[in-house]
Design a protein around this ligand. Structure first.
Ligand code: DUC
Ligand code: ZN
Ligand code: ZN
Ligand code: ZN
Length: 473
């Protein structure tokens, strides 16, 4: 029932200190001297030489999602198990909707995918395909149920793309209801035109995926979404920011005091467009939207994280096997399913490339991998920190270990890893979700279905309500 984590270095977004942590049931109940005083009968977990981090929160995943004529290789069971191996204890997954579909039906479908399968906790963002009166009305009940973020696609013409009117109406309704609007910001009409022109010129290789989605098209859409947010007096979170053009728009908006937030992903921080020109059809493994950019954009993204212009790193986990799935696009890059497997490596790459290489501080690592996502998406302080009263979602991490990423040893249900052969510093040793081991000494000991749906607080709502004040010993 009680667990005492001893001898580790506790790291939060604000502090780094030696302390023991006492867990009772699902919660952290005492830290430091108080933990030792109340620890009678507790199971002891030796964390000597390890960092004790709050569990990672991945704010951007696509599990069990139909896309590009196929379905992602990872579902809520394999995806959340891999996430746990990598140090992530909560995810927020995107629930797709289509025009004419009731929001309730769409959410039921997503609950059907996740409930009984996830091994870590999960919430949902809800896609908005159209903003007619029915949808805008249904949203009130959905937001009240804890689905407090709404996603609008500005790209994927004739598939997911919404027009500016839809985005604007969603922003206004979100402001009324206390929801955070998220955008995939690329100009879908421009991309559609450039894509057709490339195919007409027989430019069919994976590299043309990137060349037909230029950074200006991302910067333009980001700027447009920000302008509409300012007009609506609402709030906006730009997902998967990949380039300097988009960072610049977000920086300017924040400078003006607008409620604009941004996320980037490990692939944009560490990989560049040259991956798409790999021999054979290997480049297909590196097809994401937005695409990988020229390498200099990486420095801009790192400094945006360091300076707080971007707040989070999401994986955009959207895995497809190379064999049989990515291969659908041989001879036509538009048929390559977009996305890659990153749910497992998001946390570790951010530590290794960020902290170990001196680009962000240890506390910033916690802020970016966990705390900021909890705050923006209505989970703090239940999630996103180690504090008395918080869920005992804890990662024990050995900063002195080195390892090599490989599809041979990863736990995602996919036949390649975009970081194959990459050496990283630091490894996850054990992971607890609400006080129970899910990973213990690098072995999976969790239970399918133990992950719980997270009913999230509304955007801007007070972080602690009367009923949920932390319980102090
Ligand atoms: N981009 C991807 O690469 N995959 C999933 C969806 C998206 O927008
Ligand atoms: Zn459910
Ligand atoms: Zn997207
Ligand atoms: Zn995505």
């Amino acid at each position: 029932m009680k667990k005492l984590i001893t001898g580790g270095i506790v790291v939060t977004a604000s502090d780094t200190y030696h302390a023991d942590i006492l867990i009772e049931g699902e919660k952290v109940v005492a830290i430091g001297a108080a933990a030792q005083l109340a620890a009678d009968g507790a199971e002891t977990i030796d964390a000597t030489g390890l960092y004790v981090f709050p569990g990672g929160i991945d704010p951007h995943t696509h599990l069990d999602m139909p896309f590009g004529g196929t379905t992602t290789a990872d579902d809520f069971e394999t995806g959340t198990r891999a996430a746990a191996f990598g140090g992530t204890t909560s995810i927020i997954d995107f629930c797709l909707t289509s025009k004419g579909q009731s929001l309730r039906e769409a959410l039921n479908t997503w609950h059907g995918k996740a409930d009984g399968k996830a091994v870590i906790d999960y919430g949902f963002h809800l896609m908005i395909a159209e903003a007619n009166d029915t949808v805008l009305h249904q949203l009130e009940e959905i937001v009240d149920e804890g689905v407090t973020s709404l996603k609008v696609f500005m790209a994927y013409k004739n598939v997911f793309q919404a027009d500016d009117g839809t985005l604007f109406k969603t922003l206004i309704r979100a402001k009324e209801l206390g929801a955070l609007v998220q955008v995939h910001a690329e100009n879908g009409d421009v991309i559609d035109f450039l894509t057709k022109a490339a195919l007409e010129n027989e430019q069919t290789d994976p590299i043309y995926h990137a060349l037909t989605r230029p950074p200006i098209a991302e910067g333009e859409a980001t700027g447009r979404a920000i302008a509409l947010t300012a007009l609506a007096g609402s709030q906006l979170y730009v997902v998967h920011v990949s380039c300097a053009e988009a960072v610049q728009r977000i920086a300017e908006a924040r400078e003006k005091g607008l409620n604009i937030y941004g996320e980037t992903c490990p692939q944009y921080l560490t990989l560049d467009i040259s991956e798409l020109a790999r021999p054979g059809f290997e480049g297909a493994k590196y097809v994401w939207s937005p695409p990988l950019r020229e390498a200099w954009h990486q420095d801009v993204l790192w400094s945006a994280l360091k300076n707080g212009i971007l707040q989070t790193v999401g994986s955009d986990q959207c895995s497809f096997n190379f064999k049989g799935q990515k291969e659908l696009g041989r001879g036509d890059f538009t048929k390559i399913p977009n996305g890659g497997p990153l749910i497992e490596d998001r946390f570790g790459i951010l530590y290794s490339e960020g902290v170990h290489r001196g680009r962000i501080s240890l506390n910033q690592f916690v802020e970016i991998s966990s705390t900021q996502a909890a705050k923006l998406f209505g989970l703090f302080p239940q999630k996103g920190t180690i504090a008395v009263g918080s869920d005992a979602d804890i990662v024990l991490f050995n900063p002195n270990a080195t390892r090599t990423i490989s599809a041979k040893t990863h736990h995602m249900n996919v036949d390649y890893n975009p970081f194959e052969g990459k050496a990283v510093q630091g490894e996850v040793v054990s992971v607890l979700v609400r006080g129970e081991f899910v990973i213990q000494d690098q072995k999976f000991v969790g239970t399918k279905g133990n992950g719980r749906f997270l009913k999230r607080r509304k955007f801007g709502a007070p972080q602690i309500s009367k009923e949920e004040e932390p319980h102090v010993l």
